[in-house]
Design a protein around this ligand. Structure first.
Ligand code: ADP
Length: 582
């Protein structure tokens, strides 16, 4: 009986059954009691009458009482009368004494009081009939029981009446049960109907349909429950909406984050990973377990080492994946319940920092190295002079020239370093103007013509047009052009040819400085723009180069949103190209 409706019907039926049984039993008992007391009175009256026929007023036995044969043989309806002696033997009357209620007789003799027995069933001609026995002792003045009047009365009518009433009560009970069942079913339905609707809606809500409202039909407890349910559904739907929007936000952030994020459950299975993580680990996403993911990236890590970590602690691990330095931060999550639920890993590409660090170290080493050589020279020449070389004038002059040359080199180096540092720190103010670049290049070529002539080199400027206007800082661009032209002169032998040309297309204005000099090996072509990078250190130093000229030129060109690059064939010559955005 799972439904409340049938349970209620069952309760109604049980109640009605209890009421019917108890009230029916009570009614039957009352009727029976009434009938028996009526028969008792009748029997007692009859016994009194017989007693008066036997005992005279003075208490003595009347003589000749036995002769009243009309009396004894007379009809007394459904009653039979017997007179017994004090031993219980029949004195008057005929009958089967074995079927008598001897207990009634015995009680009357002992108690010397009338006694009525319980109804007994006697089989007569195949029918069971009910009788009641009554014994009345005739007590003489000497307190001796002389005779007993024994009356046997038929109680069949009472029994039949009681059976009829029992039947009526039974039929009434069945009717009552049927009616209760029908009405009970409908009453229960009115109660359980709204509960059923509520249950169905609750099921729908559990499946996620939170916008289905339940109609409130009453203001009773069920109505209140329905109202609370609707309110709860509304709150829940708003909460879920807020949560899913938060989740979406978070997912968008995680997906588009530059850092890689991976989450593993406590078995080391991947639960979540963003595209950056896949890219950094260089996996296609086919591997699903911690060990496999890192193994495919060429790194051996043990998941359990991280799972055993203390709460709120982070383990850092720098990994080299391909040509990238990846910093991994490992942390456990879900420690509240005692055991870690898994591990979260944040990956950061620290290649740039690493390279910058390396570059900084290299830069400091380079500066120290560049300064140490001229300083050593100055120191040793000065000491030699102090040790007596001063006396020999010619030697002293040549020594001092060396010292002067080294001092110039150091000054040039420090100046270039300062220039670079100012460019790095954006301290250089660019005075951008629209200038005729063709003229600017022509002037620069002109200025360096003398140095080229000294080396018997032929330097020519070629331009189809006289005017090409660009927005630049003319002083800075002149600095770049000077550096590139002087390099062409420096790194080209005597009699070499230097061609400077200017051209333009829709996007760019290009200036090329082409020489027929020593050239640059292919592998060094991009590196010559790095700080202190020189193809041939000794030769560069010899020629007074600092190794910073092209680095400064590159910085200046980048500040103009321009480009500088080189093409070269070793032994044949180099072309340095400057490109200006139009
Ligand atoms: P430096 O002061 O040594 O000239 P730069 O930065 O100007 O420094 O140049 C860097 C290096 O590039 C030089 O040391 C040289 O090896 C190479 N280089 C630059 N220009 C030329 C060129 N025209 N021909 C050959 N090598 C060149």
């Amino acid at each position: 009986m799972k439904s409340i409706q049938w349970r209620l019907v069952f309760i109604y039926l049980t109640l009605v059954l209890i009421v019917m049984i108890s009230s029916g039993t009570f009614i039957l008992w009352q009727i029976q009691h009434h009938e028996y007391s009526k028969i008792n009175n009748e029997l007692s009256d009859m016994a009194d009458m017989i007693k008066n026929a036997i005992i005279s007023e003075d208490g003595s036995i009347q003589s000749g009482w036995k002769d009243l044969s009309w009396f004894w043989d007379g009809s007394f309806g459904n009653k039979k009368i017997y007179i017994l002696d004090s031993e219980g033997n029949i004195v008057i009357g005929e009958g089967d004494q074995e079927q008598w209620n001897t207990r009634v007789v015995y009680q009357a003799i002992v108690n010397k009081e009338p006694s009525m027995g319980n109804p007994i069933l006697i089989l007569e001609r195949g029918y069971a009939r009910e009788y009641i026995d009554y014994a009345y002792p005739l007590v003489l003045p000497n307190n001796q029981v002389q005779y007993i009047i024994y009356i046997r009365a038929s109680a069949q009518e009472i029994a039949e009446n009681i059976a009829k009433i029992t039947n009526i009560i039974l039929v009434a009970s069945i009717w009552a049960l049927c009616i209760t069942m029908i009405f009970g079913f409908y009453f229960a339905k009115t109660l359980t109907g709204p509960i059923k609707i509520l249950t169905a809606k609750a099921k729908e809500m559990a499946e996620g349909y939170l916008d289905h409202k339940i109609e409130v039909k009453s203001s009773d407890e069920i109505g209140q429950l329905t109202r609370s349910f609707n309110h709860m559904a509304e709150e829940l739907s708003q909460m879920i909406l807020a949560m899913s929007s938060e989740k979406n936000k978070l997912e968008t952030v995680i997906t588009h984050m530059a850092d890689g994020i991976l989450a593993f459950d406590r078995k080391g299975m991947l639960i979540h990973a963003n595209p950056a993580a896949y890219e950094m680990l260089r996996t296609s996403g086919e591997e699903k377990y911690f060990y496999d993911i890192f193994k495919s990236a060429g790194i051996e890590l043990h998941f359990n080492d991280f799972l055993k970590m203390k709460p709120n602690s982070i383990k850092q691990h720098i990994m080299m994946i391909g040509d990238k330095y990846i910093n991994g931060c490992f942390a456990v999550y879900g420690r509240e319940k005692g055991e870690a639920e898994g591990v979260i890993l944040v990956l950061q590409d620290v290649t740039e920092q690493k390279e910058l660090e390396e570059m900084r170290k290299e830069f400091v080493a380079n500066v120290s190295h560049e300064l140490r050589t001229p300083l050593t020279t100055v120191k040793s020449y000065t000491e030699t002079l102090l040790d007596g070389a001063l006396e020999e004038k010619e030697l002293a002059v040549s020594f001092l020239q060396v010292i002067n040359h080294e001092a110039d080199r150091m000054t040039a180096l420090v100046q270039d370093l300062l220039e670079l540092s100012r460019l790095d720190n954006k301290q250089v103010k660019f005075n951008i103007r629209t200038v005729n670049l063709a003229q600017l290049v022509a002037e620069s070529v002109q200025q360096h013509q003398i140095h080229a002539l000294k080396k018997h080199q032929t330097m020519k400027f070629h331009s189809n047009v006289e005017e090409i206007f660009v927005s630049v800082d003319p002083d800075r661009i002149h600095q770049v052009l000077s550096n590139v032209i002087s390099n062409a002169i420096k790194y080209s032998p005597e009699e070499a040819r230097i061609d400077v040309y200017i051209s333009q297309d829709e996007e760019w204005v290009r200036v090329g400085v082409k020489d027929t000099g020593i050239g640059i090996p292919q592998k060094d072509l991009t590196r010559i723009f790095e700080r202190f990078y020189r193809v041939d250190k000794a030769r560069s130093r010899e020629m007074g180069g600092t190794g910073l000229g092209l680095a400064i030129a590159k910085e200046i060109m980048e500040h103009h949103k321009g480009r500088i690059w080189a093409k070269s064939e070793q032994g044949k010559g180099t072309t340095i190209i400057l490109e200006f955005c139009k």
